[in-house]
Design a protein around this ligand. Structure first.
Ligand code: SF4
Length: 385
């Protein structure tokens, strides 16, 4: 018997989103949900309920449970990874992405090693503790050497009394061979972010050209784990054709693949990307993204979860809202401003013209405002799973 599947595009967020005023006691259904969540790790029907409910008091119950779980398992610190988008050259052609190979409207760039390393040094100096090196996907030997050289140089040149091993390095450079992953690990990278974008093979096929295969992406995640990386993955939330059941399956996929960290956000279209179809309204996508964060926290209490820039694109305080729903990682923009506009995976990306100092300014205050503190000068890995 097939399961009922709720298409996200049919959901309207207007009734769901106002936080419950502190004075209003939760209703009977919300109390029942709180009791269910207090019993331990949520099962699939509970996860689906978290995603589907339109009741403001239930959403607040979920948020509070996720925040409690986070504080209990990970503490109140927010871990920082300076984001360095080192190249927008890409050999892949994902249907949703603004820097896909087929987008001829883009000026392509690759930063030099010196600029990458000096940016990473700046990240270390302001206390970020870790960097993410992100780029489009390339597998040629020159690129493989280039990344290995950049990783080695960053680890050597960011050592300091407070970070004797240099900054932690997360790579986010796509599907590669096992040899390449092993070479980059040996050079000093210890985390790898490879988003599945969806755990559904059917939806994966709709999001990618035929030569980009679900099985290959999954194999890469397994290879990365076997090599010893801390592995991150994630999905897009609210893209055309996706249902709440698909999102519930994504949550269970995170558990089953042994993810150490999750980076996910609402789907935001790009004008030069061909993915088409009816979309849920932005408020619905935003709220679903927040509830995906909360559900992930409840399912995998010790994991690292990023409050992504895509959240900030849909709401100026989107990242802070992500923290309130159970996220504990922020990736402040550190890409040199002269290329940042060319790394537009989707339209409306915030802060493209800010200096790196402007991107850092106010971070501490915004994080304090939601009752959390910055973890400075530390790699900030998740608990081992
Ligand atoms: S999502 Fe990544 S791999 Fe796909 S086209 Fe964009 S940059 Fe390339």
């Amino acid at each position: 018997m097939s399961r009922p599947s709720v298409p996200i595009v049919t959901i309207r967020s207007a009734m769901a989103m106002a936080p419950v005023p502190a004075a209003m006691p939760p209703g009977v259904a919300a109390q029942a949900l709180a009791a269910r969540l207090a019993r331990g790790i949520p099962d699939r029907p509970t996860l689906l309920h978290i995603l589907a409910t339109q009741a403001a008091d239930e959403i607040e119950v979920v948020r509070q449970a996720a925040e409690r779980t986070l504080l209990e398992h990970c503490g109140d610190t927010v871990r920082l990874r300076g984001l360095i988008e080192l190249s927008n050259r890409c050999t892949a052609d994902c249907h949703y992405c603004g820097i896909r190979r087929s987008n001829r409207a883009l000026v392509r760039y690759t930063l030099g090693i010196d600029e990458i390393v000096s940016t990473a040094r700046w990240c270390g100096e302001v206390g970020y503790g870790s960097v993410v090196l992100q780029s489009g996907e390339r597998r040629d030997a020159r690129f493989v050497r280039f990344i290995a050289d950049a990783v080695r140089a960053i680890r050597e040149q960011t050592r300091s009394p407070v970070l004797p091993q240099g900054v932690g390095i997360t790579l986010c450079v796509g599907e590669q061979s096992a040899e390449t992953y092993a070479a980059w690990f040996a050079a000093g990278a210890h985390r790898y972010l490879l988003r599945m974008e969806t755990s559904s093979p059917r939806l994966f096929a709709a999001l990618h050209p035929a030569k980009q295969r679900y099985a290959m992406r999954l194999d890469c995640l397994k290879t990365l784990k076997a090599i010893g990386y801390r592995v991150g993955t994630g999905v897009m939330i609210g893209f055309p054709g996706q249902s709440l059941d698909d999102l519930a399956d994504d949550l269970l996929f995170f558990r089953d693949v042994g993810a150490d960290m999750i980076g996910m956000g609402p789907y935001i279209a790009h004008a030069q990307a061909p993915l088409a179809g009816p979309l849920p309204d932005p408020a619905t996508r935003m709220q679903l993204a927040l509830r995906m964060i909360a559900a992930t926290r409840l399912l995998l209490p010790g994991i690292n979860i990023a409050a992504t820039t895509a959240l900030q694109t849909l709401a100026p305080d989107g990242r802070e809202q992500g923290l309130r729903f159970g996220a504990n990682v922020i990736m402040p923009q550190a890409t040199p401003p002269h290329v940042r506009r060319q790394y537009a995976l989707y339209n409306g990306k915030p802060g493209v013209d800010d200096t790196v100092t402007q991107c850092a300014a106010g971070l501490e205050g915004r994080i304090h405002a939601v009752g959390r503190r910055l973890l400075r000068n530390a790699w900030g890995d998740s608990l081992p799973r």
